[in-house]
Design a protein around this ligand. Structure first.
Ligand SMILES: CC(C)(COP(=O)(O)OP(=O)(O)OC[C@H]1O[C@@H](n2cnc3c(N)ncnc32)[C@H](O)[C@@H]1OP(=O)(O)O)[C@@H](O)C(=O)NCCC(=O)NCCS
Length: 159
């Protein structure tokens, strides 16, 4: 069963050692960088980043980082929204359906509005990231255009 667990003193080391394939390394920041950003968010932002290790039963298989923006903070639209900033499944566990199950879980979590109501979810991915494009499209994400600064395609799901 897929479960999101918080990052603790017991599991953070394992989390930062989760691996992508060489081809995927350029697609997203490392888990170390993401956890460093969560720390900065914790000290400076009103709402902490929602950062979790993804487990299949007792095995850690991936990592996810989500956030909540008010309508004013949202850089892609004009509504209160959630975002999935990082999402990865360790290379050993890819292509087995875990990414699909974990994204399902993430959207259930977001729909529980843990940091307040919102009407959309945003995320972005490298244009050549076919696996991500396909996975997100399955869940109804629609591409809304390039974020030229990040050189990533932005996609939106209306809740
Ligand atoms: C994207 C990612 C999370 C998918 O995880 P996963 O566990 O492999 O996903 P699933 O096994 O549920 O497969 C989901 C879909 O992706 C496709 N897929 C998986 N790996 C793929 C690959 N290397 N190339 C092309 N398609 C791939 C599967 O075929 C499946 O599509 P289908 O349902 O049409 O067959 C994983 O590949 C990953 O961690 N990638 C690197 C990080 C990343 O790009 N994150 C997203 C952007 S932030």
């Amino acid at each position: 069963m897929i479960e999101f667990r918080k990052i603790t003193w017991e599991n953070f080391d394992e989390c930062i050692h989760l691996q992508l394939t060489d081809e995927q390394k350029g697609f997203l920041a490392s888990n170390v960088y993401s956890l460093a950003q969560s720390y900065v968010a914790l000290l400076n932002d009103e709402r902490p980043a929602m950062t979790f290790a993804i487990y299949d039963d007792e095995t850690m298989i991936g990592f996810i980082m989500m956030y909540n923006d008010t309508a004013e903070e949202n850089e892609y639209g004009d509504e209160a929204a959630y975002g999935i900033l990082r999402f990865m499944i360790d290379r050993k566990y890819q292509n087995k359906g875990f990414g699909t199950k974990a994204l399902q879980k993430a959207l259930e979590y977001i729909r529980s509005f843990p940091q307040g109501e919102a009407s959309a979810v945003y995320l972005s991915y490298a244009p050549q990231n076919e696996a991500a494009r396909r996975l997100y499209a399955t869940f109804g994400f629609k591409e809304i255009g390039m974020d030229e600064e990040a050189d990533e395609m932005v996609a939106k799901l209306i809740l």
